[in-house]
Design a protein around this ligand. Structure first.
Ligand code: NAI
Length: 763
């Protein structure tokens, strides 16, 4: 196997810059080359690629420091640099002749052992390697990354006839361990796996929506969360990708897929879309597509009137039920919505099943590709099991549709046999699901574990002498039941003599905070004593996590914000994914963190700052502006994570690492001594700042009310400077202020707007 230590990426466009960024995120040096530009700066194109990585809206780098690993250049002056590199990744324009020309030039400089790969989406490897010396073809593969490279987990790895096993293994090892990718090895078939199935699914969802008269917002509410598909659905995804780009992608798939492929029926762009492209409604990049944001109002395009109308999230009861109970209830619903869902999903699942054995005999590869490349919660074959393969096939037969050969036996796609999780290969044989040593996915692992306890919000499992708590509500919103499961698991650790506790899940987000619907229930019932008890329970649980006589490790992925981040803040150890987003964002909905978040921010800033006034001010600002960090390193810089909290570039490694830590680490209870508060002068300064911001129009009246509540917690309010507050005093202050705000009209409007429309409002 070749150890990869230095890398060059050629082509500094969307993908090349992204790949170089991820190499830099791994802490390795990388050359990023593009064609020389006319004018003063021959490296202008690579320079632009580097600048794009720094875009705060979609940061390709985990830290500013990572940028120092990227060296930019051009292919005229700097191609010789690749002589030092172990791997050269080509990500230039999708033209075979231009790629061939580049490979010839690269071959002149490449070392005899270096690896070369292409990021091509559509060109078969057999064509890429045409005319290539055999000694280079053996070291050549396709490494197909997804956009944006930092955030998309999937890497499709494709070998040619000549590619050696050692080359495949080296690239797989490097991309998994250094670049944090989930590597799926694919055959050299058109579109590989994820785009083949994914493009079919979205094209089909789009065509059927127009054919059946389902409006975009409705289609997204159906072909989205109820199926475990991201809430961008189909039309939202089109806007994200770009309607013009998606039309090009579909066109190129049409050009490479065999004539009988079902994609041809849905691959052509619809006249409505062509008109939109002409009209510069190309999606998010042109400011409008199927949706747009207009004066802070989300709007959706209405094809009948050819205008944008205000968007309100459609409430489709059966779709909401499906989110809780599984997609089966939606598919069984004899309504236009149910029929749309069935027609899109059944065609998509049949399409995926028909691909076996052409793309390989393993359904797991397709499921992995859809989970990692399109963020589907379940791949097509896992969905088939959820629906029931037999029931699915029987419905196809009733509808006189053909049954894909893989499904003819009606046997389940996955099963657990004697504690081993297996999938059914094409041909019928079940084979154990085996992953590289550190790759562990809770949704797979738990299939063969005993569920020791739980409820509708969370579950806990025992695994290798460790308790694992998994949240599983929508967006992993936390309620009393979620917190009760943490308590149950902590009891379980002690009763069963386990060594520690891990809090982890592999949903898209660790937790988006406390369940606001539960909070609204309390104020609608005027039950403020109940709300106080709810918060007190939350605080007691995180406090117990913090002081447990065994290690408690939080392993967050995606967003852990609000209450979700308060759980992380109180874990004794944190191993976060490199793309974790953390922050206390309660002020956005008119609240203050009420589960120890204010307390922790004050203690953490106090430990870093020279005096308590500065610490209180920083906590005031961070909480007031709902500050978030989009990488663990940034969270450490902002005092949100401790300097010894760890992070992992591969989210699949988190569980393994967290369990190892829980098995081996000592308990680290965090007893906080009382803190000498900044007191009334600091409080007055904060109030003055709020008043000035109000006068300048930077804050609304209610935002100053929220700000003053935060100010009272972190300064202590109208008390003598130096007055000591215990941890419990700070917990109590959080609850007090939370209740004041929850009773206020301004906060209730914010929460209602958020829950009813999904939008924020700044009253
Ligand atoms: P892009 O158009 O954003 O960037 C291509 C870059 O290559 C440009 O900066 C261009 O100046 C440069 N270039 C062209 N000829 C060159 C040469 N001879 N030497 C050096 N640089 C050269 O394209 P994008 O989207 O980054 O795609 C690159 C490759 O990745 C293509 O093969 C594409 O099929 C593939 N791909 C694209 C994905 C996407 O979402 N955009 C996803 C996965 C693969």
């Amino acid at each position: 196997m070749k150890t990869i230590r230095s890398v060059a990426v050629i082509g500094a466009g969307t993908m090349g810059a992204g790949i170089a960024g991820q190499v830099a995120n791994a802490g390795l040096d990388v050359w990023l080359l593009d064609i020389p530009s006319e004018g003063d700066n021959p490296n202008a194109l690579a320079q632009r690629g580097l600048e794009r990585l720094k875009n705060p809206d979609s940061p390709g780098l985990v830290s500013e420091a990572a940028a120092a690993h990227i060296h930019i250049g051009n292919t005229r002056d700097d191609l010789h640099r690749i002589a030092e590199c172990d791997w050269v990744a080509e990500a230039i324009v999708e033209r075979l002749d231009i790629k061939h020309q580049l490979y010839r030039e690269v071959a002149e400089h490449l070392s005899d052992t270096a690896l070369l790969s292409s990021n091509t989406s559509t060109i078969p490897i057999s064509l890429l390697t045409q005319g290539m010396p055999e000694s280079l073809a053996q070291r050549f593969a396709i490494t197909h990354f997804f956009n944006p490279v930092r955030f998309m987990h999937l890497l499709e790895l494709v070998r040619g006839d000549s590619t050696s096993d050692a080359v495949m293994d080296s690239l797989a090892e490097f991309c998994e361990n250094q670049l944090g990718k989930g590597v799926v090895r694919c055959r050299d078939t058109p579109g590989f796996l994820a785009n083949r199935v994914g493009c079919f699914a979205i094209q089909c969802a789009l065509h059927e929506a127009f054919a059946q008269g389902i409006a975009p917002a409705e289609a997204d509410a159906l072909f989205g969360r109820p199926m475990g598909i991201p809430k961008t659905g189909v039309f939202g995804l089109y806007d994200l990708i770009g309607i013009d780009l998606m039309a090009d992608v579909a066109k190129s798939l049409v050009s490479i897929l065999p004539a009988g492929d079902a994609f041809h029926a849905v691959g052509e762009p619809l006249p409505q879309m062509l008109a939109m492209i002409d009209n510069d409604q190309r999606g998010n990049k042109s400011g409008q597509g199927f949706y747009r944001d207009h004066h802070a109002q989300r709007q959706v395009f209405d094809f009948a009137s050819q205008t944008y109308t205000d968007f309100a999230r459609p409430r489709i009861a059966v779709a909401e039920r499906a989110e809780q109970e599984g997609v089966g209830v939606l598919l069984a619903d004899d309504s236009p919505h149910g029929r749309y869902a069935w027609s899109v999903l059944s065609q998509t699942l049949c399409y995926a099943a028909e691909l076996l054995p052409e793309v390989g005999i393993d359904p797991l590869a397709i499921d992995d590709a859809m989970r990692l490349g399109y963020n589907w919660q379940h791949g097509p074959f896992a969905l088939l099991d959820q629906i029931g393969v037999a029931a699915f096939v029987e419905r196809l037969v009733r509808e006189q549709r053909s049954v894909p050969p893989y499904l003819a036996s009606k046997a389940a796609c996955y099963r657990v046999q004697e504690g081993v999780y297996q999938r059914r290969l094409f041909g019928g044989e079940y084979q154990a699901v085996q992953r590289p040593a550190k790759v562990q996915r809770l949704y797979e692992l738990r299939r063969s574990l005993e569920r020791c306890g739980g409820n509708a919000s969370a579950s806990w499992y025992a695994y290798r002498d460790v308790a694992i708590v998994e949240f599983h509500t929508k967006a992993n919103a936390l309620d009393t039941a979620s917190m009760q499961v943490i308590e149950l698991a902590m009891d379980g650790v002690e009763e069963r003599g386990l060594k520690g506790l891990v809090i982890h899940n592999d949903a898209q987000h660790f937790s988006c905070g406390v369940n606001l619907e539960a909070v609204r229930g309390f104020y609608r019932r005027d039950d403020y004593a109940g709300l106080d008890a709810f918060l007190k329970h939350f605080q007691d649980v995180v406090s117990r996590v913090n002081k447990a006589p065994f290690p408690v490790v939080a392993a967050p992925v995606g967003m852990s914000i609000g209450g979700g981040f308060e759980v992380v803040l109180h874990a004794q150890y944190v191993i976060a994914h490199a793309n974790s987003v953390t922050g206390l964002v309660e002020s956005g909905v008119g609240l203050v963190p009420g589960g120890g978040g204010c307390k922790e921010m004050l203690y953490r800033h106090a430990a870093r700052e020279a005096d308590i006034d500065t610490a209180a001010w920083k906590a005031f600002m961070a909480l007031g502006f709902a500050q978030t960090a989009n990488a663990p390193g940034q969270a450490q810089d902002l005092g949100m994570l401790r300097t010894d909290d760890e992070w992992q570039i591969n989210r699949d490694h988190l569980l393994h690492e967290a369990v190892e830590l829980a098995l081996t680490a000592s308990p680290r209870p965090h007893y906080r001594s009382p803190i000498a508060m900044a007191g009334r002068d600091a409080y007055a300064k904060m109030l003055l700042w709020l008043q000035r911001a109000l006068q300048k129009g930077h804050l609304s009246a209610h935002e100053t009310v929220i700000g003053s509540a935060i100010a009272r917690i972190v300064s202590g309010g109208d008390i003598d400077p130096g007055t000591e507050h215990s941890e419990q005093d700070l917990f109590d202050a959080e609850r007090r202020e939370f209740l004041v705000l929850a009773k206020s009209h301004g906060t209730q409007v914010r929460i209602n707007t958020m829950l009813d429309t999904g939008q924020k409002t700044r009253t």
